[in-house]
Design a protein around this ligand. Structure first.
Ligand SMILES: [Fe+2]
Ligand SMILES: [Fe+2]
Length: 472
């Protein structure tokens, strides 16, 4: 393994100590990052010991080192997956040439934009989740929230490393700007819509980590295919951490579903709200919302930008190297679901300009797998209810469906029908008030809020009642 110098302030496997210019740029950025973390990171708990996983190297032993740690002391490091000897650009016009170790001059602007857009989502989600610690349903969940937060901080570091190391002065300016935008701020918002929404309760947090972190997985996976090798290696390592974020989402929603079903059975009622549970139709409405805003993150169905990223060799398809075709896509076609007046139709489109839609299709299939597991929990409880992914056209703000109102079952509907029925489909103010009313902190060891079941097991082999966040 390439030498990680544990004595350095910035743990890394990129030989930082040998690159004085880069070292200095990052050392200058670090206090600004810590300042941002103090201002915009988790509110409270900064002096508490949290049982956290830290990446101290990229090998199988080192990337998941568990210990108690105060969050500001987390070692936000810079880790790239090990290089693949002889790696080539695997797709697009440069297919077959050696992967780039430096930024190709002609793609400098687009590549920087891709990195900044990805990088911006990382601090944004920390900002969105800032106040959740104060209403945690258990110490176990509190620790998971903080784990996700410190790792999103590390992902910001990873992107800032690329900007500082490969983009000179403009890169440094972008690195500063990443700490200046603020989620939800009308004057200096984060770049992407979903990252300006509020995450004001734990149901939203679990939906966010299920649906929106999963968008992150697909974006990172397609950037991991990049011909720009440092970006590829950075994203490959980030994906190992991202898996835990989606685990938090899937198991979080699953445990809510389980608790709801237990209440429904024990009290023979659908109305679990009066028992302090979250009813299944409310879960469906939150799911609809988070799914729709996450689908928007993939961009327009037909996109020349996406085609250009691919042809340039900068952003591939999900699992590009496993695809059985020419990896140039100049003659291929792809089936795209689109709007034709007031009808939804499927059309054959050029494969290259349909890449956003193809990635969205991969994402949708992945989302459906978790829903099937949640539905198993409901089915095992003998309850006749099924959670569903709404139609991809539902409640969209980007792409062809932004022009229409589409019901969750995929009908183009009138504005009047939308106005009359949207409260059945999206969280209402009343839903939000109710969910927020449930958000009372539970910080006693081994205890869980009444609206969520305990997990089947703890973190890293520890018991469920372990003191994941120390009280003193
Ligand atoms: Fe991330
Ligand atoms: Fe994440």
């Amino acid at each position: 393994m390439a030498g990680v110098d544990y004595g350095e302030r910035i743990p890394n496997n990129v030989n930082l100590s040998e690159n004085r210019r880069l070292h200095r740029a990052l050392e200058e950025w670090q206090p600004k990052f810590l300042h941002w973390w103090a201002d915009m990171g988790p509110a409270g708990f900064q002096t508490k010991d949290v049982y956290l996983r830290t990446a101290i190297s990229v090998d199988s032993q080192g990337w998941a080192h568990f210990d108690y740690l105060k969050m500001p002391d987390y070692r936000w490091g810079i880790f790239l997956a090990e290089p693949e000897p002889g790696r080539q650009v695997y797709f697009g016009a440069h297919k077959g040439s050696p992967a780039w170790q430096e930024v190709p001059g002609e793609y400098r602007g687009v590549l920087r934009r891709l990195i900044v857009t990805q990088g911006d989502t990382e601090p944004a989600s920390v900002e969105q989740q800032r106040f959740l610690g104060q209403t945690c349903p258990s110490l176990y969940d509190l620790r998971n929230l903080f784990q996700v937060n410190v790792e999103e901080g590390r992902h910001l570091w990873a992107m800032v490393y690329l900007l500082d190391a490969y983009f000179g002065r403009d890169g440094r300016e972008e690195a500063e700007a990443l700490l200046k935008r603020r989620s939800g701020d009308p004057d200096k918002p984060r770049i992407l819509g979903a990252f300006n929404e509020k995450t004001s309760d734990w149901l939203s947090f679990f939906m966010f980590t299920y649906f929106t972190d999963r968008d992150g997985k697909y974006q990172l996976a397609s950037l991991a295919e990049s011909g720009f090798d440092p970006l590829s290696r950075t994203c490959r390592f980030m994906l190992t951490e991202e898996a835990h974020h989606m685990f938090v989402g899937e198991t979080g929603v699953g445990r809510i579903v389980q608790r709801t079903c237990e209440l429904m059975r024990a009290h023979r009622t659908d109305d679990v709200r009066k028992l302090g549970g979250i009813d299944l139709p409310t879960l469906q409405r939150y799911l609809n919302f988070h799914y729709a805003v996450s689908l928007d993150l993939f961009g327009s169905e037909i996109s020349t930008n996406a085609a250009n990223f691919y042809t340039a060799g900068l952003k591939g398809r999900f699992e590009e190297t496993k695809k059985d075709d020419d990896h140039r896509l100049t003659d291929g076609t792809y089936q795209v679901t689109t709007l034709d007046g007031d009808r939804i139709v499927t059309r054959e489109q050029a494969a290259l300009t349909s890449l956003n839609e193809r990635l969205r299709d991969d994402y949708i299939a992945d989302c459906a797998r978790g829903l099937a597991r949640w539905n198993q929990i409901i089915k095992r409880a003998g309850i006749d209810f099924e959670l569903r992914l709404p139609h991809r056209g539902f409640h969209r703000a980007i792409g062809t469906f932004a022009e229409a109102k589409v019901s969750p079952d995929g009908r183009v509907i009138t504005q009047a029908e939308w106005d009359a029925r949207h409260h059945e489909w999206l969280p209402t103010e009343e839903d939000q008030t109710f969910i927020v009313s449930l958000m009372q902190p539970v910080t006693e060891r081994g205890k869980f809020a009444g609206w969520i079941a305990p997990p089947p097991r703890g973190i890293n082999g520890q018991p469920i009642g372990f003191e994941y966040v120390r009280q003193v």
